[in-house]
Design a protein around this ligand. Structure first.
Ligand code: NAP
Length: 264
């Protein structure tokens, strides 16, 4: 449960599907009102209606394209206008491109980095001032085991998630003394729309079941981790083992392993 009698509010990006949608359920179950952000209004409204019905919490829908550089300020201003105090922030929206670096138009790279990195930092900067001033805040940033793994040829995804991992740890060091916890969540293969959007569903469906987790498992663990003040959570024993081995590999061996991979 929320650790005060005061009602609390969480803002979740990418709440229309997958891990973000599951985070909305977990926070609502624990007494938070929710602000749901993504592009698809109809999906957000379904999630909001379910939360109101199942948990009796307030659920606000705010459609936004986080690839737009103006989106973080627009989201912050909207919350201010509504009189909403944001006590928890889940920077979850994300996707992966499935093309080589030079074959991808610059606008696609720009929007990708805006959604996965710049927007995450901007939203955090906007909302963390209030959290620090009030002495309470919970920030979850979605990284990935890809932050530890050998990189896919020419792909920005692993680099973007490494940035999220490092940024979250640095932020946790700065804000923890002020009652604001920041946790980087590192899931591995998780059932969601992610691989449909990336176009790798057919290839990954051949992977064994033990490599996969549900969005509910990932988010239950993520919620507990941020409340307990863990700076980093790697979800599940398989992912923990893989990440630890990868983190210890010399760069040359990691690059050799990277060469063996190909875009699925
Ligand atoms: N699934 C995995 O295997 C896995 C593993 C490790 C890490 N992750 C990370 O977990 C996070 C959630 O992914 P997921 O698996 O839940 O994928 P998902 O089911 O495809 O959900 C992605 C969410 O991000 C939103 N989104 C994408 N682009 C957006 C944009 N430009 N503006 C606003 N919202 C946008 C989507 O909403 P709209 O389309 O409605 O905008 C959707 O709500 C991502 O950061 C991903 O990198 C996933």
């Amino acid at each position: 449960m929320v650790d005060s009698a005061q009602p609390k509010t969480v803002l979740i990006t990418g709440a229309s599907a997958g891990i973000g949608k599951a985070f909305a359920q977990i926070f609502a179950r624990n007494g938070f009102d929710v602000v749901l952000v993504a592009r698809r209004r109809d999906k957000l409204e379904e999630v909001a209606a379910d939360i109101k019905k199942t948990h009796g919490q307030l659920a606000y829908v705010l459609p936004a394209d986080l690839g737009d550089t103006a989106a973080p300020q627009m989201i912050f201003d909207w919350c201010e206008q509504q009189g909403l105090q944001i006590d928890a922030l889940v920077n979850n929206a994300g996707y992966a491109l499935h093309t080589d670096f030079l074959d991808t138009p610059w606008e696609e790279h720009r929007a990708f980095l805006q959604v996965l990195n710049t927007g995450v930092v901007h939203l955090t900067w906007l909302f963390a001032h209030g959290m620090k001033a009030r002495g309470y805040g919970r920030i979850i940033n979605l990284a990935s085991v890809a932050a530890f793994a050998p990189q896919l040829r020419g792909n920005l995804y692993g680099a973007a998630k490494s940035f999220v991992l490092d940024f979250s740890q640095a932020l946790d060091l700065e804000l923890k003394p002020h009652g604001v916890h920041c946790t980087a969540i590192c899931p591995g293969f998780t059932f969601s729309e992610f691989h449909d959007v990336m176009g790798t569903r057919k290839a990954v469906s051949r992977l064994p079941r033990f490599l996969w987790m549900t969005a509910e498992e990932v988010t239950e663990q993520g919620y507990d981790a941020v409340m307990e003040g863990k700076a980093v959570l790697v979800n599940g024993l398989v992912n923990q083992g893989v990440s630890q081995v990868m983190a210890m590999l010399p760069p040359g061996i990691k690059q050799y392993l990277a060469k063996q991979q190909k875009l699925m």
